[in-house]
Design a protein around this ligand. Structure first.
Ligand SMILES: [Zn+2]
Length: 106
C-alpha cells in the first residue's frame, strides 16, 4: 500500500488471492502480471493505481476484475516462450497475438 517507488509486479503462481488494499495508492504502478492461480482479487486491491495496466489470460479472475474495476487489461501469452510455436516478435506472440509485458511498456 502507498509504495510510490513500485512500478511493476509479477504475482507468482503460488498466489491464490490478493487482499483488499494490497496495492492501494501505489500511484507509480504501471503493470501487474496476475496468473491463473489467482482466483479472487478484492475490489480495493488496486484502488488509486491510476497508471495501472493488468496483464493476464482469458477466463481468469484477473480479467473479470479488470473489467469490473475499469482497469486496462492486456492479454499475455499463456505458453512459455517457444512452447508449441509461441514466440514473441517485438513483444507480440506470433501465434495468439498476446502481449509480452516485459516488452510492451515503452
Ligand atoms: Zn501465444
Amino acid at each position: 500500500m502507498s509504495c510510490k517507488g513500485l512500478t511493476s509486479i509479477i504475482i507468482p503462481d503460488s498466489v491464490t488471492s490478493i487482499g483488499s488494499h494490497a496495492f492501494y495508492n501505489c500511484t507509480g504502478l504501471k503493470s501487474a502480471v496476475i496468473p491463473k492461480s489467482v482466483k479472487y482479487i478484492w475490489s480495493n486491491t488496486f484502488y488509486d493505481c491510476t497508471e495501472l495496466t493488468i496483464y493476464g489470460c482469458s477466463g481468469t479472475a484477473a480479467k473479470s476484475f479488470a473489467y469490473r474495476e475499469k482497469i486496462p487489461f492486456k492479454y499475455i501469452c499463456e505458453y512459455p516462450q517457444n512452447a508449441a510455436g509461441h514466440d514473441y516478435v517485438k513483444g507480440i506472440c506470433t501465434v495468439c497475438g498476446a502481449d509480452d509485458p516485459k516488452y510492451s511498456r515503452n
